[in-house]
Design a protein around this ligand. Structure first.
Ligand SMILES: C[S@@+](CC[C@H](N)C(=O)[O-])C[C@H]1O[C@@H](n2cnc3c(N)ncnc32)[C@H](O)[C@@H]1O
Length: 279
């Protein structure tokens, strides 16, 4: 494995802090992806194998494991492999997956970036849940590789935000204001075009999600700053006060108030791509 540089380690630490705040304030709908997994899984003894790429701190993966454990008979062993280059995410992940309720799961967390990851294992399910944003230029290659890593009835699940998610406006505004950060970021519509180009068939489900951004409007709130960092995908302390107000304006103009909380829309979609049948 190629060791992360000092700069990468710092970025991983900053990302971990802001993603923790993001997760706490995210009105996320994980059920669509879980339902698709349940619907399409064709368990073959003796083992069900899942690969999670960009697994993060594991909040979603423990839901996947709990859901699959309910669905599969006890004779089937659950193998769960994760790829996660962020060391702090891996620590949180390992804390969750070592809980006694998952003692019967045969799990492994790989520290590589997916571009550097290789295994000869085959999987029933591979999922990239809100992670394909971070692999620009590799998307089609990764989808093709996933097809090769699937068992015959296996499938790939991709979850991404859709174009109208407010986070794209804030990320691109940050780049325009500072000359740093991201001027492009993957969304589901672009991903669909790429999968079309590969000639693969798929099913997509779109759904609303929201982010509670109330904290961003609190003066001198470190959690508010961490959340704003996530909306910039960069360090928001690089912004002048005037620029910060511009970012807040983008959020404010998309806010709907619910129970005294400020919510902005972050609609998402989940795509299921089955492994093509051999002719
Ligand atoms: C938005 S988080 C999603 C985490 C988790 N799947 C979830 O839904 O909560 C994106 C994840 O992708 C990971 N990631 C970024 N670049 C990656 C790469 N090149 N290979 C694998 N994972 C990567 C990040 O470390 C982070 O954990």
């Amino acid at each position: 494995m190629i060791s992360p540089t000092e700069l990468e380690i710092k970025l991983y630490e900053a990302y971990d802090a802001s993603y923790q705040v993001f997760l706490k304030n995210w009105q996320v709908n994980r059920q669509v992806a879980l339902d698709l997994m349940q619907k399409h899984l064709k368990p073959h003894p003796p083992q069900i194998a899942v690969l999670s790429v960009g697994a993060g701190p594991g909040d979603f993966d423990v839901q996947v494991i709990s859901t699959l454990k309910q669905q599969i008979s006890q004779e089937l062993k659950l193998r769960y492999v994760a790829v996660e280059p962020n060391h702090l995410h891996r620590q949180r992940y390992e804390q969750k997956i070592t809980a006694p309720e998952f003692a019967d799961v045969d799990w492994k967390v790989h520290p590589e970036k997916v571009e550097e990851f290789w295994t000869d294992e085959k999987f029933d399910i591979i999922h990239y849940t809100h992670s394909m944003y971070h692999m620009p230029g590799y998307e089609q290659l990764l989808v093709q590789r996933a097809m090769e890593m699937l068992k015959d009835n296996g499938f790939l699940i991709l979850t991404l935000d859709t174009t109208d998610a407010v986070i794209y406006d804030t990320i691109f505004k940050y780049a325009a204001l500072t000359g740093e950060g991201f001027t492009e970021m993957l969304q589901m519509e672009k991903m669909q075009t790429m999968v079309d180009e590969l000639g693969l068939s798929y099913e997509v489900v779109n759904y609303p999600e929201y982010m509670d951004v109330t904290l961003c409007f609190e003066e001198n709130s470190s959690a508010g700053k961490a959340l704003m960092d996530f909306f910039c995908q960069a360090d928001s302390s690089q912004l002048s006060e005037e620029q910060r107000q511009e970012m807040l304006h983008i959020l404010a103009s998309n806010v709907s108030e619910r129970d005294g909380r400020k919510l902005v829309p972050l609609p998402a979609a989940t795509m299921m791509i089955p492994k093509p049948k051999k002719h």
